[in-house]
Design a protein around this ligand. Sequence first.
Ligand code: COS
Length: 382
Amino acid sequence: MDYFLTEEQQMIVDVARQITDELIIPQRAELDETEEYPREILKAMAQADLYGLYIPEEYGGFGGGPFAMVLALEQIARGCTGVATAYAASALGAYPILISGSDEMKQKYLPDIAAGKRLAAFALTEANAGSDASGIQTTAVQDGDHWVLNGTKQWITNAGEADIYTVIAITDRSKGPRGATMFVVEKSDPGFSVGPKEKKMGIRCSSTCELIFKDCRIPKDRVIGRPGAGFITVMKTLDLSRPGIASLGVGLGQGALDEAARYAKQRVQFGKPIISFQAVAHMLADMAIQVEAARALVYAAAKHVSAHPNNASKAASMCKVFATDMAMKVATDAVQVLAGYGFMRDYPVEKMMRDAKILQIYEGTNQIQRNVVGQELNKEYT
Ligand code: COS
């Protein structure tokens, strides 16, 4: 369908599509097998100016907001959700600075992030703080002109690869969510280290590790916003970022549909291509309808979130649920269309099915997203 993109928006799609077709698709199976971080591909994306799409022009970016990210992410995830996750994680890490950082902090970090010279990562999750995001245990205590962090973050995307980490820690336990503060931690800071790479079901070329803070001392100007405002910054960050995860679902779904439809035209059984059997054609039709419906919702939600960042939760959660549940279903159906071949690693759909699962989990499970939508409905209706 024609979404009447502007010339600039179409250019983003074209650039991301070209990188996906020429660099990502030819390498995705090997990256999945070796679990190697896709450094060279990310460098090519940086050279194509894809790292600054959402960053305002005054900080060296393109100024396209979350919608520009959605357009790029969709194309990249059509090729490989692992590469797309590694790319998206830098934006997730940068959003807290963009949302709540001082102008000085933005000037210090955002131009390098926009150029892809330094990658960012976002550190919220801990062993006992997943869906219950305010249950974090990592602490930060002020000591003269420094803050001292202690604790461990878990499953952090881009860990070890990123130079800039936006980290939430408890600074006043008595205040609940209002006693959490966000900080910038740099890779070279004393007392900061990264654990071994996790072994994952999917998105295997992205890096996922623990972050360990052991008396990690950082200067006091690394506080993002003001002390106590960390949890709100985290929630606003997720509002901006979740349409991006939704667009990974759209891209993955499109990739799976492409593979299934192409296969169904070529595969002959009972003397005919299997697409001519209604059972298969209806599966493909449902996949196409679901992908397009998700795309329309994600584009609308990303535009809403850009225009109304303080009233974004419902739109962000709605599109995340719809598009990522769709991706799981469409990838599973693509494997079914390819049947025995679909189950083999020779075809990309088994990887798509493995990759799709994380979309329903990270940046807030789809059960949590439904809670958010439900809570908003509870406020709207009297
Ligand atoms: N924007 C601004 N403020 C927000 C907000 C948002 N989107 N969402 C919540 N807040 C505020 C609330 O208004 C509340 O403020 P007050 O203390 O003034 O009342 C505060 O934040 C706490 O909100 P709430 O009570 O709703 O928090 P809960 O502890 O109940 O948790 C959920 C809310 C479950 C929605 C949250 O913890 C969540 O999103 N969990 C999933 C986390 C996640 O995505 N993890 C993945 C990590 S990244 S891979």
